[in-house]
Design a protein around this ligand. Structure first.
Ligand code: GTP
Length: 249
């Protein structure tokens, strides 16, 4: 593991050919308390287009915390599986919103749902998703893994593995992984890189253990970055900007 020093890497072309972007649903609500903020969705779409224009194949997994959280539904007495299915439907709403925003920018997209709902999007078929990506289309994977008890982080690690992605980018509200919560502990330091195992053993809560283990097994580096800053996605893709890499290197 290495700690972050003052870093000002020069902007360069990206080393990645195919990546998966994982975004929490909360990102899409901008400053709102619930739902979708169209300005933010459009901004995220512009950020994705910027990366597409670098020649990278991009697929996306989005969460649904801006609409419904399965875990909190379950905490309020709802059956966990039922709550998780509601969360998966929330993801489909976010996926369709992102698809519209990307299409406005003339970016070809396909939404593929793990739970077939063929009137509104394609069912997830791995080989078909591969072809879409090879054709430069942004594939948005909706409805999680289609199973309750799995997070969208795990979905992201699963789809990144299935799509043979070179990296998984986790867009959050912080610019990397810290030794402690930087909002509570001012002495918290950001890791520039950290191993999968250290994330697990230090219980750093970057992602759930299933997602980290899956990424580790398939040797997919995870880049944690702040997706709320406009242009940051492309910056991170080119190796500039501030982020933390989780890998075994
Ligand atoms: P190619 O095979 O590369 O031509 O891919 P394509 O996606 O352009 O062709 P296809 O004929 O499969 O799809 C044409 C349009 O129909 C696209 O916008 C797809 O997203 C959409 N589409 C394909 N399958 C389904 C489906 O099962 N349900 C829904 N709602 N739309 C679909």
């Amino acid at each position: 593991m290495t700690m972050a020093a003052e870093k000002s890497k020069p902007a360069a072309k990206t080393q990645y050919k195919r990546i998966l972007l994982k975004m929490s649903g909360e990102v899409l609500m901008g400053e709102k308390e619930f739902g979708l903020d169209s300005k933010t969705v459009n901004r995220v779409a512009r950020d994705i287009k910027e990366v597409i224009d670098m020649g990278v194949e991009v697929c996306v997994v989005v969460g649904a915390g801006n609409i419904f959280r399965g875990v909190s539904g379950a905490a309020e007495g709802m059956d966990r599986t039922q709550a998780d299915y509601m969360g998966m439907l929330g993801i489909v709403i976010n996926a369709l919103a992102l698809q519209s925003a990307l299409e406005t920018l003339k970016v070809d997209t396909r939404v593929m749902s793990a739970i077939p709902m063929s009137a509104i999007c394609e069912p997830y078929i791995r080989r078909k998703a591969m072809r879409h990506m090879e054709k430069g289309r942004v594939v948005i994977f909706a409805a999680g893994t289609g199973n309750p008890f799995f997070t969208t982080d795990t979905t992201a690690a699963l789809r990144a593995s299935e799509m043979n992605c070179d990296a998984m980018l986790k867009g959050t509200k912080v610019d990397g992984v810290y030794t402690a919560d930087p909002q509570k502990d001012p002495s918290a330091k950001r890791y520039e890189s950290i191993s999968y195992m250290d994330v697990l053993t230090k219980n750093l809560k970057v992602m759930d253990a299933t997602a980290i283990s899956l990424a580790r097994e398939n040797n997919i580096p995870i880049l944690i970055f702040n997706v709320r800053q406009e242009g940051n996605f492309a910056k991170v893709m080119s190796g500039a900007g501030t982020f933390t890499t989780v890998s075994d290197k």
